[in-house]
Design a protein around this ligand. Structure first.
Ligand code: F6R
Length: 617
């Protein structure tokens, strides 16, 4: 949600900051802006729309400019407009701020500042920041502070409540920019005689692999040759850089029209990456090198709570079935945004598993903090290394799916499933003496999954042709039972978010309790029928919707001729153990959403109103 970039060094800062910003466009794209310092002083250029809308406005700017910050916005306070776009400046026009997050007490601060004579130009919460810095700067200068702007920034941030990742430039300090964070991500990329800042690591990969990850209440002064970190109270901070091993090409489109298709197609490789090094040559899942808890602690857990949002929550849905079947432990699944307001019952015998691609989702992060406060053990399933959830959880299992750029999650979802299966198998191993009877067949079948997903991807042409027939459908239903229902939830979400067609997932047995009334001639109903023990029940449900005129599209195992005979369209996916079918069965649903959206000419990688990495509640 909102992307921030910046550059300070010996090269032309403006194109570098903009180039990084384009890599963050998935974080928000309703308006964009830059602040740069050159011989003419501090200049701010902003515009409504995507980053490209800045190009004509920037003609002739930036020559010889060695310091710039940039922002792409996902509106929270104030509609998308040039005035509301960042950067925001103080009254003197000498201090510019870009911000990701929400300043919760901005109204009170704004009233106070306006009463003191400050003039505001936007409806945003952010605009209080440059004005507060302006106010505190005078005092810091008067007090003879060595770095008055840093002192003014500290004083400012001590006054604000809420979340922020910010970057500040000022004509008063033309050799450096300032950064700070609380609950919203920001990283500093370390170069030779130059430094970069960004909300997210992919924006830095073309320039450096060495990053400093800011932690809550860190404030940094970043010049071409130094990074000085302090806490809000002025205590100096020493932080070791992190080496990022992601392949820079993984964050590029690589010849595909859209990141989404590229990321769907990467899944055989990303699934392999998620499993790499986690299965012993004897075929046992062993995570002890990554998640280290004493055996008695593993055994003492009497409950597992999975907590996540959106797609990650749906990965948790599948994991719940899997964990309960394998571990015979009660498993709760919680929507992170509801979790903490429910006052959940947690204790030292609860294993809380937050699932998050970005590791920055505000609601999931809040759940992590709550769980830790209540004494639970928190084991995060996280993709982004160095992210807040990865740092704050007691233990982390990275999904290693590489950078996911498309707002709609695909490869991160299948990697989350794999990581959760691995966790379940590891838990089964450490909790019981000897090998769990299901472990060996499951591990063997998991190793075959990359090849099976490759085969599922061969449905591309079939799905593409089918998609043409559904672009005019206002609604889709997606039905499943058991683990197929978990996949239905994810399939319906994919349709909604990128094609803007209403998709509703239903546990197939629920249809007759109400939703069946919505089915009429030609209503598309996607029916997942990949669970052997539920297939007959599912057949009955398919017949029920067919009898009401639905157009039925079935996703079935390759050898299921019976279901194929009664539906209008069929997609065959390779057979594996029922527990693992979600990894294979989701692929045609990802492809269907993609091709329907493409036929409709949607902005596939950056769907309207959405942004990746939801760092506001
Ligand atoms: C949907 C999607 C979102 C995310 C959700 C959680 O395609 O991407 O629903 O899954 O916002 O995000 P993370 O996993 O980053 O916590």
């Amino acid at each position: 949600m909102c992307g921030i970039t910046g550059y300070v060094g010996a090269r032309q800062a403006l194109p570098l900051a903009l180039d990084q910003l384009r890599k963050l466009e998935y974080r928000g794209y309703d308006s964009a802006g830059v602040a740069l310092l050159d011989a003419a002083g501090l200049q701010v250029v902003k515009s409504v729309g995507k980053i490209a809308s800045l190009d004509p406005l920037l003609d002739g700017h930036g020559n010889g400019c060695l310091l710039a910050i940039a922002h792409t916005r996902w509106a929270t306070h104030g509609r998308p407009s040039t005035d509301n776009a960042h950067p925001h400046t103080d009254c003197s026009g000498q201090i510019a701020v870009v911000h990701n997050g929400i300043i919760e007490n901005y109204l009170a601060l704004r009233e106070r500042l306006e009463a003191a004579g400050h003039t505001f130009r936007s409806e945003t919460d952010t605009e209080v920041l440059p004005h507060l810095i302006e106010e505190h700067l005078q005092a810091a200068e008067g007090a003879g502070e060595a770095d008055p702007l840093a002192a003014a920034l500290r004083a400012t941030l001590r006054e604000v409540r809420g979340s922020f990742a910010i970057a500040v430039v000022s004509a008063h300090t033309p050799d450096r920019l300032y950064v700070a964070r609380r609950d919203s991500p920001l990283v500093i990329g370390l170069g030779a005689g130059e430094h970069f800042i960004a909300s997210d690591i992919p924006a830095l990969l073309a320039h450096t692999r060495d990053v400093l990850v800011l932690e809550d209440d860190d404030i940094g002064a970043v010049s071409p040759t130094s990074v000085t970190l302090h806490k809000l109270d002025g205590t100096p901070v020493q932080r070791a850089p992190l080496r990022i091993t992601w392949d820079a090409a993984a964050a590029e489109k690589g010849g595909y029209d859209h990141y989404m298709l590229k990321e769907i197609r990467e899944q055989p490789a990303t699934i392999r990456d998620t499993m790499r090094g986690r299965v012993t040559p004897e075929g046992r899942v062993d995570l002890s090198g990554e998640v280290s808890l004493p055996a008695e602690k593993w055994r003492a857990f009497n409950r597992i709570t999975l907590v996540a949002c959106g797609t990650a929550y749906y990965a948790g849905y599948a994991a719940r079935y899997f964990f309960e079947r394998l571990l015979r432990l009660p498993v709760e699944l919680e929507i992170a945004s509801e979790f903490r307001y429910r006052d959940p019952i947690l204790d030292e015998h609860t294993l809380v598993v937050p699932i998050s691609q970005s590791g920055e989702t505000a609601d999931t992060l809040a759940a992590v903090r709550l769980a830790r406060r209540q004494g639970a053990t928190v084991l995060g399933i996280v993709n982004v290394v160095g992210s807040s959830i990865a740092r704050e959880a007691d233990q982390v299992l990275h999904t290693w799916a590489g950078p996911e750029i498309c707002v709609a999650s695909t490869k991160a979802y299948t990697s989350q499933l794999i990581a959760l299966y691995l966790l379940g198998l590891h838990l089964a191993g450490v909790r019981q003496e000897g090998t769990h009877p299901l472990a060996e067949p499951l591990v063997g079948a998991m190793q075959a999954l990359p090849a099976l997903v490759e085969q599922a991807l061969d449905n591309d042409r079939v799905v593409q042709e089918m998609a043409h027939n559904f672009t005019r459908s206002p609604d889709f239903f997606v039905l499943g039972r058991g683990l197929d229902y978990a996949v239905a939830l994810e399939g319906a979400l994919k349709l909604k978010e990128i094609s803007y067609i209403h998709g509703e997932a239903l546990a197939a047995g629920e249809m007759k309790h109400g939703p069946l009334a919505l089915v009429s001639e030609g209503t598309p109903v996607i029916c997942l029928a990949t669970q052997d023990d539920l297939r007959e029940k599912m057949l009955s449900n398919i017949k029920e919707v067919k009898a009401r005129g639905a157009t039925a599209i079935a996703v079935v195992k390759e050898d299921d001729t019976e279901t194929a005979r009664i539906v209008d369209y069929v997609v065959r996916v390779p057979r594996t153990l029922d527990e693992l079918m979600p990894v294979v069965a989701v692929v045609p649903l990802q492809l269907l959403a993609y091709y329907v959206a493409r036929d409709l000419g949607r902005e596939i990688d950056q769907p309207r109103n959405l942004a990746k990495s939801v760092t506001v509640e």
